[in-house]
Design a protein around this ligand. Sequence first.
Ligand code: HEM
Length: 238
Amino acid sequence: MLEWLKQPGFYGTHATIGADLSQSMATLFTVLFVIGWFQAKRRQGHTHHWLMLGGMVAMLGFFTSYYLFRQLGVLAFEGKEGFGGSDFMYHKVFIPLLTFHITLVVIGLVMAVYMIVLGFRAQVMASGKRILRDALLQTSWTKMGTILGGITAVLLLLFTSRVVTSGFSTRKLMVYLGLLFLIGIVFAIEVAIQRIWPNGERRHRVLGRFTMIIYCILFVTGSITYTMLYILYPGKIG
Ligand code: HEM
């Protein structure tokens, strides 16, 4: 399977099948989310709900399994070998672009999960239609503490089982601590966000637009990265 993903891709560029598959899926999901966004604008809550929920779950599933399978990106290990352009292009254009893209990926992943939860919490069914409830939506400190405590316990359990099966490593510990730190930051931001937009409907609309803009920029920066790597400045990856 890994060997198959490394075969020349189907778009006739210098990309591998894996890279072409990943780019095609990114296009498919972006189109799906934009259609879902327009359905929400047209007050079609039901269609919006299924497009966003289905799309986000499929996207999270595809990209996490794909990147875990590919050992988190070939470029991270091959470094400049994978890029055939000049030093200037590499350091001043490609790396800043890739860093920006990856930062947005992390924000996009967090927002995907966050928006799904918020969608379920903020929606109500009113005469057969799915609408957002125009009301205060806030989580108490006790509930936040319980959820955070639960997540910490699950992570601790996962970490312990990994250590038992494949031994302890500082890298593993750092990954789990990093994940816990990220979740902690998200909860802290959520407290601030709840103060700024206490109304559930308003919060879903404002943050939903923010998330959609992130996904559109992600698609553009991802496509530029693909073009630079596999069309304009192909390197030795393949
Ligand atoms: C996962 C990513 C999601 C994003 C990015 C998102 C984004 C949005 C945006 C931008 C709007 C407002 C549209 C506008 O007025 O311009 C909206 C409305 C809405 N969303 Fe979501 N949403 C997401 C998931 C969900 C989910 C999972 C549900 C249900 C469980 C949901 C239920 C709704 C409803 C009912 C509306 C109101 C539609 C109306 O105005 O009648 N959303 N969403």
